[in-house]
Design a protein around this ligand. Structure first.
Ligand code: FAD
Length: 406
């Protein structure tokens, strides 16, 4: 306990998957954990409906699973029961021919998971601990790291108040307020870059088997890609036998698709088989109702401030989604921080001076050791941006894979 005999407080800004896993980790280490989330509780029916508007699933790899395992093995075991393993890519060419490219000779795979379910489950897990509280519809507007106080706007009460903390963790996504506030006190190198592509989500409904039961229209154990050089369509399976499809294309290409006729003729020209599978009405509906979103890369250095602030997840290293590692890395951030806090003997019951020294060392080691790995993954993600939409179709690539097999 501290001098005032209260539990030391960590505030976490953002209850996305990274924030929730961070809450679980810090609660295990004995901190009083208060999570502030600007949106309503994602478990409420209205929030679920909003979440289903976009980005329904994502690929989780062994990196993310290892992070869940390190914080709570039961959670990772449960997740593995809800995923759909994807053993390779399925390339769809212009003639509708499918070619499978396995990811691994020994059968390792990536896993399609429901993003909302993952977030909900981690939130529920975090709230199981008696020392975790989550404040929904509480938006953090400013952080004063010198005073260790942040300003929170309670949207239900329509009032703003100050919250004290010992440690502030920013898991508030790509447009992080915590990062912006930290930049005022840290000599942080910062870089953000948009790529010329945007993305739009579409849905492939299930088919029906002879008995009328829903079935997948294409193989569920592959990540499907329709590479078309400067743009591409991908599809990941969902447990309800649907596929979430994502169209990545340059803004200029999207801009031309401004009427029913242009959308359908463009889709029919470049993705004739996918148009048949998704259906013309569903394609048009997605273009009309779903947002077109941009893709950003964010780099920061360092990720922490003294003994009192750190950014994790997209807040620290947003990346393009083509390597399927953004969230996996965010979860890994929590694992790495968890280990460093333990290695440095950070114990919230230590007297102030000892705790602060150890915290400062752990956070500093985090920034020093994490950066190189994150930069490497960000580079791989950007390289895969070209590989997925273009290189997978080239003769050199196909030859290389054929040779690799032997
Ligand atoms: P977020 O999920 O962005 O959560 C941030 C939270 O903070 C939100 O709940 C937000 O409401 C809250 N918040 C923000 N500001 C405030 C504030 N001021 N006060 C209070 N709360 C606040 N990654 C993978 O690993 N595999 C994939 O296959 C994959 N596919 C992707 C596909 C697409 C199209 C995209 C765009 C991304 C994909 N990603 C993938 C990346 C992944 O979605 C992100 O890395 C991940 O969501 C980041 O999680 P996070 O918890 O750091 O941030």
């Amino acid at each position: 306990m501290g001098a005032d005999d209260k539990l030391r407080k960590v505030v976490i800004v953002g209850a996305g998957p990274v924030g929730c896993l961070a809450a679980m980790a810090l609660a295990k280490q004995g901190w009083a954990v208060d999570v502030y989330e600007g949106r309503p509780d994602i478990r409420l029916p209205a929030s679920k409906a909003a979440a289903q508007q976009r980005s329904i699933n994502l690929a989780m790899s062994s990196r993310g699973i290892a992070a869940l395992e390190a914080i709570d093995p039961n959670v990772s075991t449960r997740f593995l029961q809800t995923v759909i393993p994807m053993r390779g890519r399925m390339i769809h060419d212009m003639q509708g021919k499918e070619t499978s490219q396995l990811y691994d000779r020994d059968g390792q795979c990536i896993n399609s998971i429901d993003r909302a379910l993952l977030n909900e489950d981690l939130l529920t897990e975090a709230l199981r601990a008696s020392n975790v509280r989550v404040f929904f519809r509480h938006r953090v507007t400013a952080v004063d790291f010198e005073r260790r106080v942040m300003v929170v706007n309670d949207q239900d009460e329509n009032r703003t108040h100050e919250v004290e903390f010992d440690l502030c963790i920013g898991t508030d996504g790509s447009y992080s307020v915590v990062r912006r506030q930290m930049m005022r006190v840290v000599r942080m190198d910062f870089e953000q870059m948009y790529i010329p592509h945007e993305y739009l989500e579409l849905k492939m409904k299930p088919g029906r088997d002879p008995e009328g039961k829903p079935t997948f229209l294409i193989d569920p154990n592959h990540l499907h890609i329709w590479p078309r050089h400067s743009f591409m369509l991908i599809a990941l399976p969902n447990k309800d036998k649907t596929f979430t499809c994502t169209l990545f294309a340059p803004t200029a290409e999207f801009e031309q698709l401004n009427s029913r006729e242009t959308i359908l003729s463009w889709f029919g020209k470049h993705f004739p088989d996918a148009l048949g599978l998704i259906g013309a009405d569903s394609v048009l509906d997605s273009f009309q109702r779903n947002p077109r979103s941009s893709l950003i890369t964010i780099k920061a250095n360092p990720y922490h401030y003294k003994d009192r602030g750190i950014i994790l997840g997209d807040a620290a290293h947003s990346m393009v989604p083509f390597y399927g590692q953004g969230l996996n890395c965010g979860l890994e951030d929590v694992r790495v921080l968890h280990v460093l806090l333990q290695q440095e003997g950070v114990d919230p019951s230590l007297p102030d001076a000892g705790l602060r020294t150890r915290l400062a060392r752990a956070l500093s080691r985090y920034s020093e050791t994490r950066r190189e790995d994150l930069l490497a993954i960000q580079k791989l993600a950007m390289d895969n941006y070209v590989e997925m939409r273009h290189a997978v179709t080239t003769p050199t690539y196909l030859f290389r894979r054929a040779v690799d097999k032997f």
